[in-house]
Design a protein around this ligand. Structure first.
Ligand code: GLY
Length: 372
């Protein structure tokens, strides 16, 4: 078990990582459930998958504590992060007479967490919420830090708010039912922490990555706890990404988003897979600039490939050229001009924001990588 504080003045909260914590929810979230003792039901938001997998257990444990859940269930997938679903969810919260002192429980991956967090940011000008992330990606990244958002026609996560949860409950046992591909995609974000700021953790993952991906309990808990401890520290230092600290969490994302856009944000390339490949590209581009050695770039690539994640751009079989990928990056950042900030590596375990990257050079680099 690990309890990691997120030390934000006035909004401090804990991330509890414990096998089986979901089964003892009434005790683990007692403070946030107490206002529902009596006639009111506890608002729970899930998707159809997490409702089916964990809903009955939650109903049972709440029932044993004299509580009952009221469920709002969305379809799995990014479409739930929409104005339409947000409106339905906020109407539902208002119909339940949720107050600013109340807490809504989000049971699911990043989509459910982002949607519920944003709904809670705006309902009654801000009510509380508890995150119960059920994917590895949400457990190590999106459930912590208070970034909440929906998607619009103009792009992903462009409408949202910083709104911190009051508690994050991480039960690694819920990952038992996560499809292996999703597990690997979440693991990309774990590797990200090693690469961006923790050389010892990166070296540990080189040795123990397969045990994490195969859900060996001790390795999995160590990987989640180390990732969250790093995220908590970064969020406490730069909650709103106004310094260059929180931006480091975007390592691999500029390259990765371009690949997601080129593959239509589809199952062809999951977000975590795009980040994995994006980190390989960031490492190779850093080596091209002479900032890390080619051997270090190969180490990053090997760690990603060893987890069964995509590590070679040429293997994706994209029909586009490097200039098209750079256009996606420019569009993603709503930027014009010849440069963009890029997250690059000074060492394996030391990322930084480079502001002198010329986009025509990135396009030429991507052309080489596309050819293989
Ligand atoms: N997922 C990046 C962040 O929370 O800042």
């Amino acid at each position: 078990m690990a309890v990691i504080p997120v030390a934000l003045a006035g909004r401090a909260y804990e991330v509890v990582i414990e096998d089986g914590v979901l089964a003892r929810l009434p005790e683990a979230a007692a403070r946030f459930l107490a206002p529902y003792a009596g006639a009111r039901k506890v608002p729970f938001v899930a998707d159809t998958t997490t409702r089916a997998l964990f809903g009955a257990g939650i109903d049972e444990s709440l029932g044993a504590a004299g509580l009952a859940a009221e469920w709002f269930v969305v379809e799995p997938g990014e479409d739930a992060k929409s104005w339409r679903v947000l409106e339905a969810l906020t109407d539902w919260l208002l119909a339940l007479s949720v107050t600013r002192r109340d807490h809504v429980f989000a049971l699911g991956g990043g989509v459910v967490g982002d949607l519920v967090g944003f709904a809670c940011a705006i309902t009654k000008r801000g009510c509380g919420f508890v995150q119960i992330p059920t994917t590895l990606l949400a457990q190590v990244d999106s459930s912590v830090g208070g970034k909440t958002a929906i998607n619009t026609a103009a792009g992903k996560n462009l409408i949202g708010a910083f709104h911190q949860p009051s508690l994050v409950l991480i039960d690694p046992l819920v990952l038992a039912t996560l499809p292996p591909r999703e597990m690997r995609a979440g693991y990309a974000e774990v590797l990200k922490y090693g690469l961006l700021g923790n050389p010892a953790f990166f070296a540990w993952l080189e040795e123990n990555g397969p045990q994490v991906v195969s859900r060996e309990p001790a390795a999995l808990e160590h990987a989640i706890a180390t990732s969250i401890a790093m995220k908590a520290e970064i969020v406490a230092a730069d909650e709103r990404e106004t310094l260059d600290r929180r931006a480091l969490l975007n390592l691999g994302h500029t390259f990765g988003h371009a690949l997601e856009a080129e593959t239509g944000f589809s199952d062809r390339l999951l977000h975590g897979e795009a980040v994995a490949l994006g980190m390989v590209l960031a490492a190779k581009y850093s080596a091209r600039r002479g900032e890390i050695t080619p051997a270090d770039a190969s180490r990053a690539e090997a760690a990603i490939a060893a987890a069964g994640l995509p590590a070679r751009l040429s293997a994706l079989g994209l029909a586009c050229d490097g200039a098209a990928l750079v256009e996606h990056m420019r569009h993603d950042k709503k930027a014009e001009g010849t440069t963009l900030p890029f997250l690059l590596l000074r060492a394996l375990g030391e990322a930084y924001v480079a502001r002198d990257v010329m986009l025509d050079d990135v396009a030429a680099f991507m052309d080489e990588e596309l050819r293989g």
